[in-house]
Structure formats: structure tokens, C-alpha cells
Design a protein around this ligand. Structure first.
Ligand code: AOF
Ligand code: ZN
Length: 361
């Protein structure tokens, strides 16, 4: 006998189990790049007999963990996977072969893998082996789980988000709201989620604190520090007292040579002019799928990067925090600076684009 539906609101069991896959996959948030987040559930006669998720690049895939968990019960069972099972030898062997060997009867896939080495080949391989395959269950949810991975696969660039705080009268603020303090709230979760965070050095020199996610067991993003003036680099280096993940400082050469790297775990790169393409290429080469451009500290360090991001249409997501303050900003007003650069339209565009993704504190 088979229990078809495990939920109460009349949807099919497929959606229910796929959502469980996504829930499992999310346990590895922050850890899997350049790989995607993937979850897998093995169901037999309406009972979950195995569960697994991909914990980290280089480790086995979700299907392998779920099949191990199910053991012999995988035979004639249905496997739910949030991403199409791979059909290639990467760091690990193909999941299609593992599913075939385990003799599952049916595979329900959330979304096709955009990785060109996989793209439909996994589905075809399973069908060729006589396994029934259903594709596209809870597809939007599965896609939203892996927005950065999909974006990088399709464009060759990391997914870029711009985070900033605004006062009620529309000025950039150099602070976070209480509800989003460094030690908790959405900011902490953002750091957990993103592979890299780009920040101004003034953040360090003013706070003497490296922002770190406080989520339990969180992976810390690579910190990319923008510090234009190499002559004061030592000051920045000495204010960094916590290296829980790699720190890389981008500086400008300006005919003066940057001092030698003073501390272990900190890398410095001197460019003629700091630019986003170099930073994004660096992240891409490191296998990072998502980058958070965090506007705090001195806005002047960021101005060029933000303008470049807007010019080139690189920003995939705007994360706006609007604080209940009405401030008269100290000079120079960054919004005025942008306007004076005749980018008024783009500023307006930036504002309107925030509406559906804003975090309002
Ligand atoms: C799956 N299940 O859990 C994951 C998949 O180097 P590898 O062997 O880890 O392969 C990485 C690629 O495999 C990755 O780019 C993506 O196409 C796929 N990831 N596939 O069936 C999983 N993480
Ligand atoms: Zn696989």
C-alpha cells in the first residue's frame, strides 16, 4: 500500500518531498561553492527511508548520502533530488550510476543542472536505464535555492548583491540597525550565505572588528577589503585581529609600493585602479559563487565599484535596510556625488529596484 500524500493541504506528495530536499540542502548553506546546494530524499511506500545533502565540494553528493542512509530499502523506491543527478566523474563519481545500482524505480528531479557537463545527460542516462524520471517539481523553489550557482554557471561570473543602509530621507548610512546588528539578525545570515564580502577598510579601522557571522557553525565568507591608499596599509593590517577566514586587501599602486604582507592569512593585491572586474574575476577563479558588496564605512572607497556595477549591470540583488532616521549627512553626500556624476537616472533605478527585496527594520 502507498501513502501518496504526506501533507494536509491537498498538494501531491512530490512537492512535499521536494521541499524536504530543499530543507536538507539548506543545511550546507555557505559551504558548498563552487558546487550547488543539493538535498535528496528516498521514499518507499510513502515512508522516508533515506535522506542526504551535499555538505561541501569534494565530499559525496546528496544522492550518495541518501542512498547510504536507505541501504537495501532504496530498491524500487522513489528518489527525490532538488537538482538533476550528475552523470560525470568530477571530484566524485556519477550519481546516476549510484541510483541505477541501488535499483531505484523512479527519480523526481527539482531542476535540470545548468552545468553544461550535466544538463539533461543525467536525466537521459536514468531513462536509458529504464528508470521513470519526472523533472520540474517545485522548480522555482529549487532554482531560488541555487541562484548564485546557476548564475555563475550561465554567466561565468559570481552572483553579486549590493547591501546598504539608507536613512528615511534616502542617504547612505554608515551603520546597521539594531535588529541587524553584527551579532545577529539578517546581517549575520547574509555573511553565512555569501562566499565573499567586499567591504571598505575604514570599517576595520573604525571598529577594530572583522565582521563575522554568528550563526552556529557558520562558514565565514572571504573578506575582500578595499583600501585605496597603500601608504596606510599597515594601519589596516594592525587593526585586523580576527582571521577566521581568508582576508584579501585590494589596494591601488599610485607609484608607491604596498608594504609586504604583515600577517599570515592576509593577502594584498595592488592594482593600478581598483575595479570590480578584477575582484569578480578573482572570486570566480576561487570558485566563489556569491559576492556581497557591503556599503559601510567610507563611501568614497566604494564609489567607483558601485558605479561600475551599475554601468555594467552586474548587480543581481539589492539588499536595502531602511532605518528610522532622518539625517543631515556630513559632506560629501554620496547621493549628491552620484547625481553630480550625472547618474541621476541610475540612482532612481537603484531605488525602485529595491522595493521587492528590501529589508525594512
Ligand atoms: C548531484 N548531486 O549533490 C551535487 C551535484 O566535483 P563534483 O564531483 O562534486 O561535481 C560537481 C558538479 O556536480 C557540480 O558542478 C554540479 O554540476 C554537480 N553537483 N550533483 O547530482 C549533488 N552537488
Ligand atoms: Zn552527483
Amino acid at each position: 500500500f502507498e501513502v501518496q500524500c504526506a501533507s494536509s493541504d491537498g498538494e501531491s506528495g512530490d512537492e512535499f518531498y521536494m521541499r524536504r530536499c530543499v530543507e536538507l540542502a539548506r543545511k550546507a548553506i555557505g559551504y558548498t561553492s563552487p558546487n550547488p546546494l543539493v538535498g535528496c530524499v528516498i521514499v518507499k511506500n510513502g515512508i522516508v527511508v533515506g535522506e542526504g545533502f551535499h555538505p561541501k565540494a569534494g565530499r559525496p553528493h546528496a544522492e550518495v548520502f541518501a542512498l547510504r542512509d536507505a541501504g537495501d530499502l532504496a530498491q524500487n523506491a522513489t528518489a527525490y533530488v532538488s537538482l538533476e543527478p550528475c552523470n560525470h566523474f568530477g571530484r566524485t563519481p556519477p550519481c546516476t550510476e549510484a541510483l541505477i545500482k541501488a535499483k531505484v524505480k523512479k527519480v523526481v528531479v527539482g531542476m535540470v543542472d545548468p552545468n553544461p557537463i550535466v544538463a539533461f545527460k543525467g536525466v537521459e542516462r536514468l531513462r536509458d536505464a529504464g528508470i521513470e524520471v519526472v523533472v520540474g517539481v517545485e522548480e522555482e523553489l529549487c532554482k531560488s535555492l541555487n541562484e548564485p550557482y546557476i548564475h555563475r554557471m550561465l554567466t561565468g561570473k559570481p552572483f553579486l548583491s549590493l547591501r546598504y543602509s539608507l536613512s528615511a530621507n534616502g542617504n547612505f548610512l554608515n551603520l546597521l540597525g539594531n535588529g541587524a546588528a553584527d551579532c545577529g539578525g539578517y546581517y549575520s545570515r547574509l555573511l553565512q550565505e555569501y562566499d565573499a564580502v567586499v567591504m571598505s577598510s575604514s570599517f576595520f579601522t573604525e571598529n577594530f572588528k572583522v565582521p563575522a557571522s554568528q550563526e552556529p557553525g557558520a562558514n565565514q565568507p572571504i573578506r575582500i577589503v578595499i583600501h585605496k591608499d597603500p601608504s596606510s596599509l599597515n594601519q589596516v593590517l594592525s587593526s585586523i585581529n580576527d582571521i577566521t577566514s581568508k582576508i584579501i586587501i585590494f589596494t591601488e599602486n599610485k607609484a608607491r609600493t604596498a608594504p609586504e604582507v604583515a600577517q599570515q592569512g592576509i593577502e594584498t593585491v595592488a592594482l593600478d585602479q581598483i575595479n570590480l572586474d578584477v575582484i569578480l574575476d578573482y572570486c570566480n577563479r576561487q570558485g566563489l559563487c556569491s559576492v556581497l558588496l557591503d556599503i559601510r564605512g567610507s563611501f568614497s572607497e566604494f564609489e567607483v565599484l558601485v558605479m561600475e556595477a551599475m554601468e555594467k549591470n552586474y548587480i543581481n540583488k539589492f539588499i536595502t535596510e531602511i532605518l528610522p532616521v532622518w539625517n543631515k549627512r556630513t559632506e560629501p553626500d554620496p547621493l549628491q556625488t552620484l547625481k553630480s556624476l550625472e547618474q541621476g537616472m541610475k540612482v532612481l533605478n537603484l531605488k525602485s529596484k529595491t522595493s521587492d527585496q528590501s529589508v525594512i527594520i
